[in-house]
Design a protein around this ligand. Structure first.
Ligand SMILES: [Zn+2]
Length: 231
Protein backbone atom coordinates (compact mmCIF):
# COMPACT_ATOMS: atom_id res chain seq x y z
CA UNK A 1 0.00 0.00 0.00
CA UNK A 2 1.16 3.52 -0.82
CA UNK A 3 0.24 6.57 1.26
CA UNK A 4 0.02 9.88 -0.61
CA UNK A 5 0.11 13.02 1.54
CA UNK A 6 -2.69 15.36 0.45
CA UNK A 7 -1.93 18.10 2.99
CA UNK A 8 -0.26 21.47 2.55
CA UNK A 9 2.56 22.65 4.81
CA UNK A 10 1.62 24.66 7.92
CA UNK A 11 3.99 27.56 8.63
CA UNK A 12 3.99 31.24 9.40
CA UNK A 13 3.44 33.10 6.13
CA UNK A 14 1.41 30.32 4.50
CA UNK A 15 -1.49 31.44 2.32
CA UNK A 16 -4.88 31.52 4.06
CA UNK A 17 -8.27 32.51 2.65
CA UNK A 18 -8.56 36.33 2.48
CA UNK A 19 -9.77 37.69 5.82
CA UNK A 20 -9.02 34.54 7.82
CA UNK A 21 -6.68 34.65 10.80
CA UNK A 22 -3.12 34.26 9.56
CA UNK A 23 -1.07 31.36 10.88
CA UNK A 24 1.34 32.19 13.71
CA UNK A 25 3.97 29.67 14.81
CA UNK A 26 6.55 30.39 17.51
CA UNK A 27 9.05 28.63 19.73
CA UNK A 28 7.28 28.21 23.04
CA UNK A 29 9.81 26.22 25.04
CA UNK A 30 13.38 25.55 23.95
CA UNK A 31 15.81 22.80 24.95
CA UNK A 32 17.96 25.47 26.56
CA UNK A 33 15.10 26.65 28.78
CA UNK A 34 13.73 23.26 29.76
CA UNK A 35 17.15 21.75 30.54
CA UNK A 36 17.11 23.81 33.74
CA UNK A 37 14.13 21.79 35.03
CA UNK A 38 15.95 18.46 35.10
CA UNK A 39 18.93 17.08 36.96
CA UNK A 40 19.73 14.77 34.03
CA UNK A 41 20.70 15.55 30.45
CA UNK A 42 16.99 15.54 29.50
CA UNK A 43 15.32 18.58 27.93
CA UNK A 44 12.46 19.15 25.48
CA UNK A 45 11.12 21.75 23.10
CA UNK A 46 7.61 22.71 21.92
CA UNK A 47 6.05 25.24 19.59
CA UNK A 48 2.97 27.38 20.09
CA UNK A 49 0.59 28.18 17.30
CA UNK A 50 -2.41 30.29 16.40
CA UNK A 51 -4.39 29.00 13.51
CA UNK A 52 -7.76 29.62 11.88
CA UNK A 53 -9.98 26.55 12.11
CA UNK A 54 -10.47 27.04 8.35
CA UNK A 55 -6.83 27.98 7.74
CA UNK A 56 -4.64 25.18 6.39
CA UNK A 57 -5.79 21.91 4.76
CA UNK A 58 -9.13 21.44 6.50
CA UNK A 59 -12.69 20.21 6.27
CA UNK A 60 -15.63 22.59 6.80
CA UNK A 61 -18.10 21.86 9.57
CA UNK A 62 -21.79 22.27 8.80
CA UNK A 63 -21.86 25.11 11.35
CA UNK A 64 -19.31 26.97 9.19
CA UNK A 65 -21.62 27.21 6.21
CA UNK A 66 -25.07 26.96 7.80
CA UNK A 67 -26.40 29.52 10.32
CA UNK A 68 -29.03 27.07 11.65
CA UNK A 69 -28.49 26.82 15.42
CA UNK A 70 -28.44 23.02 15.25
CA UNK A 71 -25.87 22.84 12.42
CA UNK A 72 -23.14 20.46 13.59
CA UNK A 73 -19.75 21.74 14.68
CA UNK A 74 -16.67 19.79 13.62
CA UNK A 75 -16.49 17.70 16.81
CA UNK A 76 -20.13 16.63 16.39
CA UNK A 77 -19.82 15.35 12.82
CA UNK A 78 -19.68 11.63 12.01
CA UNK A 79 -16.15 10.35 11.44
CA UNK A 80 -17.61 8.37 8.54
CA UNK A 81 -17.72 11.60 6.50
CA UNK A 82 -13.94 11.83 6.66
CA UNK A 83 -12.97 8.35 5.50
CA UNK A 84 -13.92 6.12 2.62
CA UNK A 85 -13.69 5.06 -1.00
CA UNK A 86 -12.62 7.91 -3.24
CA UNK A 87 -11.87 8.97 -6.80
CA UNK A 88 -10.15 12.01 -8.28
CA UNK A 89 -10.97 13.75 -11.55
CA UNK A 90 -9.12 16.51 -13.38
CA UNK A 91 -10.68 19.93 -13.98
CA UNK A 92 -7.38 21.78 -14.24
CA UNK A 93 -8.21 22.97 -17.77
CA UNK A 94 -11.10 25.13 -16.52
CA UNK A 95 -9.88 28.76 -16.59
CA UNK A 96 -9.39 30.72 -13.35
CA UNK A 97 -12.34 32.73 -12.06
CA UNK A 98 -14.85 30.85 -14.20
CA UNK A 99 -17.42 28.22 -13.23
CA UNK A 100 -16.80 24.48 -13.26
CA UNK A 101 -20.02 23.20 -14.84
CA UNK A 102 -21.82 19.85 -14.87
CA UNK A 103 -20.50 19.38 -18.42
CA UNK A 104 -16.93 19.87 -17.21
CA UNK A 105 -17.46 17.26 -14.50
CA UNK A 106 -19.04 14.76 -16.90
CA UNK A 107 -16.14 15.19 -19.32
CA UNK A 108 -13.56 14.97 -16.50
CA UNK A 109 -15.12 11.76 -15.20
CA UNK A 110 -15.04 10.25 -18.71
CA UNK A 111 -11.46 11.34 -19.32
CA UNK A 112 -10.33 9.94 -15.97
CA UNK A 113 -11.87 6.57 -16.76
CA UNK A 114 -13.44 6.27 -13.32
CA UNK A 115 -17.06 6.26 -12.20
CA UNK A 116 -18.15 8.45 -9.33
CA UNK A 117 -20.28 6.08 -7.27
CA UNK A 118 -22.89 7.11 -4.74
CA UNK A 119 -21.20 7.34 -1.34
CA UNK A 120 -17.75 8.09 -2.77
CA UNK A 121 -15.52 10.92 -1.66
CA UNK A 122 -14.72 12.98 -4.78
CA UNK A 123 -11.53 15.00 -5.14
CA UNK A 124 -11.32 17.66 -7.85
CA UNK A 125 -7.86 18.46 -9.19
CA UNK A 126 -7.99 22.13 -10.16
CA UNK A 127 -4.19 22.33 -10.28
CA UNK A 128 -4.22 25.51 -8.18
CA UNK A 129 -1.82 24.46 -5.43
CA UNK A 130 0.56 22.84 -7.89
CA UNK A 131 0.61 26.00 -10.02
CA UNK A 132 0.81 28.72 -7.42
CA UNK A 133 1.77 27.08 -4.10
CA UNK A 134 2.62 29.67 -1.49
CA UNK A 135 2.16 32.75 -3.70
CA UNK A 136 -0.72 35.26 -3.57
CA UNK A 137 -2.08 33.98 -6.89
CA UNK A 138 -3.06 30.81 -5.03
CA UNK A 139 -5.83 32.87 -3.40
CA UNK A 140 -7.32 34.31 -6.60
CA UNK A 141 -6.46 32.34 -9.75
CA UNK A 142 -8.68 29.27 -9.74
CA UNK A 143 -12.12 28.18 -10.96
CA UNK A 144 -15.01 27.10 -8.76
CA UNK A 145 -18.13 24.99 -8.94
CA UNK A 146 -21.01 26.95 -10.40
CA UNK A 147 -24.64 26.11 -9.89
CA UNK A 148 -24.76 23.20 -12.37
CA UNK A 149 -21.48 21.74 -11.12
CA UNK A 150 -22.66 21.95 -7.52
CA UNK A 151 -25.95 20.24 -8.43
CA UNK A 152 -24.03 17.50 -10.23
CA UNK A 153 -22.07 16.71 -7.06
CA UNK A 154 -25.25 16.47 -4.98
CA UNK A 155 -27.04 14.52 -7.71
CA UNK A 156 -24.29 11.91 -7.93
CA UNK A 157 -24.63 11.14 -4.24
CA UNK A 158 -21.08 12.18 -3.37
CA UNK A 159 -20.51 11.76 0.39
CA UNK A 160 -17.82 14.42 0.79
CA UNK A 161 -15.63 16.22 -1.72
CA UNK A 162 -12.47 18.28 -1.80
CA UNK A 163 -10.38 20.71 -3.83
CA UNK A 164 -6.72 21.80 -4.04
CA UNK A 165 -7.71 25.48 -3.86
CA UNK A 166 -8.89 27.78 -1.04
CA UNK A 167 -12.61 27.17 -1.75
CA UNK A 168 -14.69 25.03 -4.11
CA UNK A 169 -16.63 28.17 -5.13
CA UNK A 170 -15.55 30.51 -7.91
CA UNK A 171 -13.48 33.20 -6.12
CA UNK A 172 -15.28 35.99 -7.98
CA UNK A 173 -18.75 34.66 -7.12
CA UNK A 174 -20.89 36.72 -4.77
CA UNK A 175 -23.45 33.87 -4.55
CA UNK A 176 -21.26 30.92 -3.49
CA UNK A 177 -23.57 28.29 -5.04
CA UNK A 178 -21.33 25.43 -3.97
CA UNK A 179 -21.36 26.33 -0.28
CA UNK A 180 -25.14 26.89 -0.57
CA UNK A 181 -25.51 23.41 -2.09
CA UNK A 182 -23.49 22.02 0.83
CA UNK A 183 -25.83 23.76 3.26
CA UNK A 184 -28.94 22.48 1.48
CA UNK A 185 -27.79 18.87 1.10
CA UNK A 186 -25.63 18.43 4.18
CA UNK A 187 -22.47 17.65 2.20
CA UNK A 188 -19.16 18.96 3.41
CA UNK A 189 -15.82 19.47 1.67
CA UNK A 190 -12.06 19.77 2.08
CA UNK A 191 -10.16 22.87 1.04
CA UNK A 192 -6.43 23.46 0.46
CA UNK A 193 -5.59 19.87 -0.49
CA UNK A 194 -2.32 19.03 -2.28
CA UNK A 195 -0.86 16.40 -4.63
CA UNK A 196 -4.19 15.57 -6.27
CA UNK A 197 -2.40 15.24 -9.64
CA UNK A 198 -1.11 11.88 -8.38
CA UNK A 199 -4.64 10.50 -7.96
CA UNK A 200 -6.40 11.37 -11.23
CA UNK A 201 -8.23 8.34 -12.56
CA UNK A 202 -7.36 6.24 -9.51
CA UNK A 203 -9.72 4.60 -7.03
CA UNK A 204 -8.36 4.75 -3.49
CA UNK A 205 -9.24 5.17 0.17
CA UNK A 206 -9.30 8.72 1.48
CA UNK A 207 -8.70 9.55 5.15
CA UNK A 208 -8.82 13.09 6.47
CA UNK A 209 -9.80 13.25 10.13
CA UNK A 210 -10.08 16.80 11.48
CA UNK A 211 -8.84 17.96 14.88
CA UNK A 212 -11.46 17.38 17.56
CA UNK A 213 -11.96 21.05 18.24
CA UNK A 214 -15.00 21.54 20.48
CA UNK A 215 -17.39 23.96 18.77
CA UNK A 216 -15.02 24.28 15.79
CA UNK A 217 -16.29 25.48 12.42
CA UNK A 218 -13.66 23.52 10.55
CA UNK A 219 -10.91 21.11 11.36
CA UNK A 220 -7.29 21.30 10.24
CA UNK A 221 -6.56 17.88 8.78
CA UNK A 222 -3.67 15.64 7.72
CA UNK A 223 -5.41 14.25 4.65
CA UNK A 224 -4.04 11.18 2.87
CA UNK A 225 -4.86 8.78 0.07
CA UNK A 226 -4.26 5.08 0.65
CA UNK A 227 -3.52 3.34 -2.65
CA UNK A 228 -3.44 -0.38 -3.28
CA UNK A 229 -0.37 -1.22 -5.32
CA UNK A 230 -2.46 -2.81 -8.10
CA UNK A 231 -4.64 0.33 -8.56
ZN1 LIG B 1 -15.72 25.72 2.47
Amino acid sequence: MEIVDLSQDIYQGMMVYPGHLKTVVFDHATHEETALRFDSEFSFQTKGLMINDNGPTHVDSFSHLDPAPDALTIDQMSLDLFYGTAVCIDVSDVPAQTDITAEHLEAAERAAGVTVESGDILLLHTGTFGRYGSTPRYLTDFPGLGESGSKWIAGRGVKTFGVDSPTPDNPVSRIYPCHLMCREHGITHYENLANLDRLIGRRFTFAGFPLKLIGGHGGPTRAVALLDSEN
